[in-house]
Design a protein around this ligand. Structure first.
Ligand SMILES: *[C@@H]1O[C@H](CO)[C@@H](O)[C@H](O)[C@H]1NC(C)=O
Length: 333
């Protein structure tokens, strides 16, 4: 053998040994990974079984005219969570024809919302030339639902002060973007440098007094939850709930619920929803939003959060949709 051939053979042997070694090492790791994966799946499947058993037993109210009792005495975080839990999973109205619009497939359909197209709540069903009006708070670069609504013939205004888009930008679908946030007061520049407005001021400034709000969508995230409580309170305080035909909101519950401030927020949201019920609003759809968990665990479900949110810094997200049985007339501001 020539010396150059020897070198080649030596290289060949080294390469084979190295590859074999790497493969063995990898297989070992795979084995232990497989085992822990199997363990995780078993635990999750059990969680799932419990979840579905609970769900099967849950009674769904069939039709409207539900009188939701106002919150009882405050007992403790577990009971309050149970009350909230029962609220969001008890449907108060059955929308016979609805469309599930928008959503990003890569994000497990995050950003999709229900639209009830029964004539009572969807003017275009009786009057195809009607230009519906929609306000959408909290976009987070996902216009999928807003675009669909614009394509259905609505004038859509989307608000998000956190996005790096120009105020007044108009999308191909017709959606108009506003670099403005929803708040309890009108501010030109808040601590983030954002322009903030109340719903009432926006209706005035955009010239929508005298119009119905055919669809109001609220999905505004914040570290401690969202702004859904602020907007519901404004609707209740101003009476603007009377001119909103449909409402979609992501509820953000932030743990640990054994912290008084966090518990207080959940209590408030529950109270606001029941107050809106007494004005004719009815919940007709709830979907769990566990999408951020699904990325790490395909079997994730909301029951896992329920177990931990009292003590841990967990979040529960629900997408909810309401119809208003007692629309009184156009918004007047
Ligand atoms: C809510 O809407 C989703 C999407 O349309 C649907 O899959 C689900 O069954 C609905 N839930 C209820 C309670 O109607």
């Amino acid at each position: 053998m020539s010396s150059s051939n020897k070198v080649i053979v030596l290289f060949g042997i080294c390469f084979t040994v190295l590859t074999f070694g790497i493969m063995l090492n990898y297989m070992g790791k795979m084995d232990s990974q497989m085992a822990s994966f199997k363990r995780a799946v078993t635990i999750e499947l059990n969680n799932y079984k419990v979840y579905f058993e609970v769900e099967k037993k849950r009674k769904l109210a069939e039709l409207p005219h539900v009188d939701i009792p106002l919150p009882k005495e405050v007992v403790g975080p577990e009971e309050e969570l149970e009350r909230m839990w029962n609220y969001v999973y008890t449907m108060q109205y059955k929308c016979t024809t609805s469309k599930y619009l928008g959503g990003r497939p890569k994000e497990f359909m995050d950003g999709a919302y229900d639209l009830c197209v029964e004539p009572q709540f969807w003017e275009r069903a009786q009057n195809p030339g009607y230009t519906c009006l929609m306000y959408s708070f909290g976009v987070g670069y996902d216009f999928s639902f807003d675009d669909e609504m614009a394509r259905l013939g609505c004038e859509v205004h989307s608000f998000d002060p956190s996005m790096h888009y120009e105020d007044g930008m108009v999308r191909k679908s017709g959606v108009i973007f506003h670099k403005i946030g929803i708040s309890t007061v009108d501010i030109e520049k808040d601590s983030n440098g954002w322009k903030m407005r109340t719903l009432k001021t926006l209706l005035k400034e955009l010239g929508h007094s005298g119009k119905y709000l055919d669809y109001l969508k609220v999905d505004t995230d914040a570290p401690e939850g969202g702004f859904e409580d602020a907007i519901m309170q404004e609707l209740l305080d101003t009476g603007l709930h009377q001119c909103v035909r449909q409402y979609a909101m992501e509820i953000h519950i932030a743990g640990p619920l054994n912290m008084p401030k966090k518990l207080e927020r959940m209590r408030k949201i529950h109270k606001q929803m029941t107050d809106l019920n007494s004005h004719g609003w009815r919940l007709y759809n709830t979907t769990d939003n566990v999408r951020s968990m699904l990325k790490h665990n395909p079997n994730a479900n909301q029951l896992m959060n329920k177990k931990t949110i009292v003590k841990d810094q967990r979040m529960i997200f629900w997408e909810t949709a309401f119809v208003n049985l007692e629309v009184k007339g156009p918004c007047s501001v």
